[in-house]
Design a protein around this ligand. Structure first.
Ligand code: ADP
Ligand code: MG
Length: 321
């Protein structure tokens, strides 16, 4: 991992300027396409059909080796790298394919909840109660405006759980137990982890069958990744032997900068086919959608961000096409 970080840094000439985009260019939508291999056309989702797992096309089993339901933890201890944006929009795109999808908000900031239009202040039942008071997960799950998409919201009190869990009995397995009780109700469970490697993230990793890591196509993109991978390995050895670090998604790709392409190329070189061919562009529309409480797929269904997350969802579900 260290070698990887060094490699990335050496290949980049632009020195980082703290607190500013390292490219020195303004952040905006760019029309150029990211360098993902174009995915072959696949059947468009039939929006009029009733939602059921069988709507998801020929591969209702999901990607080979990943039977449904799939529980995927979106983790990266860095903040602001696109975990929540990916959880919400990938979840919405999977739901659009007819796959029943539950988003579990494990971040006390509650951005996945509010980004899906759930008012999370003063919630009587939230992920805090699931983890600390054995509240059944089904009691906290809320439907969203998107068919087939559900969310188990978080509010700020979840921050206390990180500490309150420390002396608690079976503190690492609480989320897993909660999910086990509802797993047959969903095709996908996406866990939006907080930007830390504390007990909340450990609960996410212990409950998941897979880990997906969003990587920002920016200068320090790979910093800290080694630590994340070591933690995934620790959880695998001690709590969850079948955990699979299955997927890496390159996000915030800016086609106008060489740097974005270099990061994608290096990530692909090191992680091979774990890296989705779909790449998520940097897009102002993606950053605007949460303040309207909507995923990009309904906020701006034809935008580049919506198309990219749909491509990523098809790839995640069907495997490499
Ligand atoms: P994390 O959950 O890892 O902290 P977020 O998903 O909240 O990261 O993203 C951090 C910020 O970047 C948010 O303001 C979000 O709207 C914005 N963002 C995420 N992905 C993109 C993108 N592809 N293009 C533009 N802005 C993005
Ligand atoms: Mg987040």
């Amino acid at each position: 991992m260290l070698v990887l970080c060094v490699g990335i840094r050496q290949s980049v000439r632009v020195p980082p300027v703290p607190g500013t985009p390292h490219t020195g260019e303004p952040v905006s939508d760019s029309d150029a396409l990211p360098p993902s291999d174009p995915l072959p056309p696949s059947d468009p989702p039939s929006s009029n059909d009733p939602p059921s797992p069988s709507d998801a096309g020929p591969s209702a089993e999901g990607e080979a080796g990943h039977p449904l339901p799939r529980v995927i933890a979106l983790a990266n201890q860095k903040g602001g790298v696109g975990k929540t944006t990916t959880t919400v929009n990938l979840g919405a795109a999977l739901a659009e394919m007819g796959l029943r999808t539950l988003i579990i908000d494990l971040d006390p900031q509650g951005n996945a909840s509010t980004g899906l239009g759930i008012e999370n202040r003063g919630l009587e039942h939230s992920m805090y109660h699931v983890l600390m008071h054995e509240e059944p997960l089904e009691n906290v799950v809320e439907p969203t405006d998107v068919r087939n998409l559900f969310v188990a919201p978080a509010s700020l009190d979840l921050a206390g759980a990180e500490i309150e869990l420390v002396p608690a009995f079976s503190r690492e397995q609480r989320l897993k137990r909660a999910i086990d009780a509802v797993r047959d109700d969903y095709d996908y469970v996406l866990v939006d982890c907080p930007p830390s490697l504390g007990l909340l993230t450990v609960n996410g990793l212990a409950a998941a069958s897979e880990v997906m890591v969003p990587i920002q196509c920016e200068y320090y993109a790979l910093e800290g990744l080694g630590q994340l991978l070591r933690n995934v390995d620790l959880v695998k050895r001690n709590l969850n032997p079948t955990l699979d670090m299955s997927t890496i998604l390159c996000v915030m790709y800016d086609a106008r900068t060489k740097l974005s392409g270099q990061v994608v190329a290096e990530v692909r070189e090191h992680f091979g086919d774990k890296v989705l061919r779909s790449v998520i562009p940097r897009s102002v529309r993606l950053s605007e959608a949460p303040s309207f409480g909507q995923p990009i797929t309904t906020f701006d269904p034809r935008s580049r961000g919506a198309i990219a997350y749909r491509d990523a969802a098809r790839e995640v579900h069907n495997g490499a096409l």
